[in-house]
Design a protein around this ligand. Structure first.
Ligand code: 5RP
Length: 223
């Protein structure tokens, strides 16, 4: 049986129309979207993609999906991406894979955004998943201290014993908050801190979420 991630991921590839420029998200769910896009391309679908991470670009190229640099496109027809948490308003937390900055830039340049998730990602309130912040390395320690003093419980994301480095050369601080009562206010507050490049709060961006639930799918649309 397909996992929920695979079911949702593959389903999203069927929202793609011939000739589209697609934003290609990052993560283990969208991985299946790319595999299904390859199946559809073998059946004649034409498309070009803009990758949100090196990891996605490598997979897309392996599959023969033509990749355009972000700088070369004006608009993107549709972006298909994963998410770490999604609330009933289809606001979400992203960045579990560390690609939040490019994911947000690509989403903002897109006419439509669809997220693909398994059922555990749907929550009433955002925040149980640690909120990633992409920050410049220069003041990582000072920013950590400031956020710690404000009670945001930051942790430097690590990989193989070293601070994780994003595709843009930045670092990630994960905020362990448990519940975010005012996502817009928090996003604004964090963005105003010098050294914060982007937050993992993706607000009013996804128009549709495809949720894998057992052996079926649920489609959620933004109201
Ligand atoms: O935001 C992301 C990467 O920065 C991913 O889309 C998110 O972490 C979901 O990943 P997965 O599909 O592997 O659960």
């Amino acid at each position: 049986m397909m996992t929920e991630k695979e079911r949702a991921g593959r389903a999203a590839a069927h929202a793609v129309e011939d000739g589209m420029i697609l934003g290609l998200g990052t993560g283990s769910t969208v991985h299946f979207t790319l595999l299904e896009l390859k199946v559809r391309m073998d059946q004649g679908l034409r498309l070009q993609g803009v990758a949100t991470s090196q990891r996605t670009e490598i997979l897309a190229r392996e599959l023969g999906i033509p990749i355009l640099p972000f700088s070369a496109v004006d608009r993107i027809d549709l972006t298909l991406d994963g998410a770490d948490e999604v609330d009933p308003n289809l606001n979400g937390i992203k960045g579990g894979g560390g690609a939040l900055l490019y994911e947000k830039l690509v989403a903002e340049a897109s006419d439509k955004v669809i997220w693909v998730v398994d059922h555990q990602k749907m929550v009433d309130t955002l925040g149980r998943f640690p909120l990633p912040l992409e920050v410049v390395p220069f003041n990582l320690e000072k920013l950590w201290k400031k956020l710690e003093n404000q009670g945001y419980h930051p942790r430097v994301r690590m990989q193989a014993g070293e601070p994780f480095v994003t595709d843009a050369g930045n670092r990630i601080l994960d905020l362990h908050l448990q519940a975010i009562s005012d996502p817009e206010g928090l996003h604004r507050e964090l963005k105003l801190m010098s050294g914060v490049v982007e937050t993992g709060l993706f607000l009013h961006m996804a128009e549709e979420v495809i949720e894998g639930v057992g052996d079926t799918l649920r489609h959620h649309f933004r109201k």
